[in-house]
Design a protein around this ligand. Structure first.
Ligand SMILES: NC(=O)c1ccc[n+]([C@@H]2O[C@H](COP(=O)([O-])OP(=O)(O)OC[C@H]3O[C@@H](n4cnc5c(N)ncnc54)[C@H](O)[C@@H]3O)[C@@H](O)[C@H]2O)c1
Length: 358
């Protein structure tokens, strides 16, 4: 029998991962703290671990909320927030750290205006940019955010050349392209967050309509992040029951439409700024899947290289997320309508891609 490195004695130890607190409770009630790479090679031990450093670029609404969620889940020893606004990341970082004794997390949160503190990050979440204002489309953000993501990506490539990047800034699929192009990172290490959010919105509306737990709604929204997203009704189930058996088609169509306009619905309420609680949850779900090597299948924006008959663009597709980042793109069967919708969505991504200058 092989033992993990920290198990110094030769007793048989049955380790049980305990909630989100990075603790190991053994059969003998010994408690071990695990940090860093998983040492398990027996598959008998499943336990939570954390990476050394996660950087969140942009300490605005999405970025600061994501940093806080990452710290509260103790996914990294250190969480660094970077922003160009003088004092903002420092103030928010300190404020979050001061919540640690109450919330009970040990991830150290710091804020900075430079990249020295971010050096050697395992994961970098890019949320820098301007957010949508009422009446503004995601594509209106194109040129401003392309310039911002370009400069951020240059800094990341220099300071954290081995990082896995999760892009959140809009227009999402195009900003992923900017990050990949500028850093030269392989496609496994540049992934976009949009499908997780779009799917969460779709699932939340179905749960409301059916008055059932959100946990029992399985669904997948593919395509570009925008009005052309492709919710897959044929893959939407409630605990395995096709949703079409539980809901009339017109209700479902209304839900699809609401999910498609989910971002705009929030912008209309807020008037200034856009959604950030659900978007930060989406980004952190991806971070968690990577840190904990969960091999989760989530809809993410990935660089296509022939999958779904497309090449040379980022598009939302089902991917497997694990410790190596985007570990696999799953090619699933689509109906003729879904294929057509995905192709249309790809066009909506290619168009802005062609106008940005890098
Ligand atoms: N992918 C998605 O599903 C999704 C969802 C919500 C928001 N977003 C996008 O995320 C981005 C952030 O949204 P938000 O609500 O947090 O906006 P925000 O305005 O609250 O925060 C953006 C932050 O970026 C900072 N910033 C600007 N230039 C920078 C640079 N060069 N380096 C570092 N920081 C810089 C700003 O100072 C600001 O603090 C926007 O582009 C928004 O459209 C995407």
């Amino acid at each position: 029998m092989r033992y993990p490195k920290w198990a110094a004695n030769n007793r048989y130890i049955e380790a049980v991962a305990r909630s989100t607190h990075n603790l190991l409770l053994t059969r003998d009630c010994d408690i071990f703290q695990g940090c860093g790479e998983t040492t398990n090679s027996t598959s008998r031990f499943t336990y939570k671990t954390m990476v050394n450093k996660i950087t969140v670029v942009g300490a605005g609404n999405v970025g600061a909320t994501a940093a806080q969620r990452i710290a509260e889940k103790e996914l990294a020893r250190t969480v660094v927030m970077v922003d160009v606004a003088d004092g903002v990341p420092q103030g928010k970082g300190l404020d979050q750290w001061e919540s640690a004794p109450i919330e009970g997390f040990d991830s150290r949160v710091v804020g900075t205006n430079g990249y020295d503190e971010t050096a050697g990050s395992d994961i970098v979440v890019i949320t820098a940019g301007i957010a949508r204002k009422p009446g503004m489309s995601r594509d209106d953000l194109l040129n401003t955010n392309a310039g911002i993501v370009k400069s951020v990506s240059e800094q990341i490539a220099r300071s954290s050349p081995n990082a896995i990047i999760i892009v959140v800034s809009n227009p999402l699929d195009v900003m992923c392209y900017v990050a990949k192009h500028v850093t030269g990172f392989p496609r496994e290490r540049v992934i976009g967050m949009a499908g997780v959010l779009d799917t969460a919105r779709y699932r939340s509306f179905i749960a409301l309509e059916l008055n059932v737990s959100v946990k029992d709604i399985q669904a997948m929204v593919l395509g570009g992040h925008g009005d052309t997203m492709v919710p897959l009704i044929s893959y939407t189930t409630v605990s395995g029951i096709p949703v079409t058996q539980l809901m009339k088609r017109d209700k479902l169509d209304a839900i699809v439409d609401r999910a498609r306009n989910g971002g705009a619905e929030i912008v209309k309420f807020l008037k200034t700024g856009s959604a950030y609680y659900a978007p930060s949850s989406g980004a952190v779900q991806m971070v968690e899947a990577i840190v904990l090597d969960q091999k989760r299948i989530l809809p993410c924006s990935a660089w296509l290289d022939g999958e779904y008959g497309m090449k040379g663009l980022f598009l939302g597709v089902p991917v497997k997320l694990g410790r190596n980042g985007m570990e696999q793109i799953l090619e699933i069967e689509l109906t003729a309508d879904e294929k057509a919708a995905l192709a249309k969505s790809a066009e909506a991504v290619r168009e802005p891609m062609s106008v940005i200058k890098l």
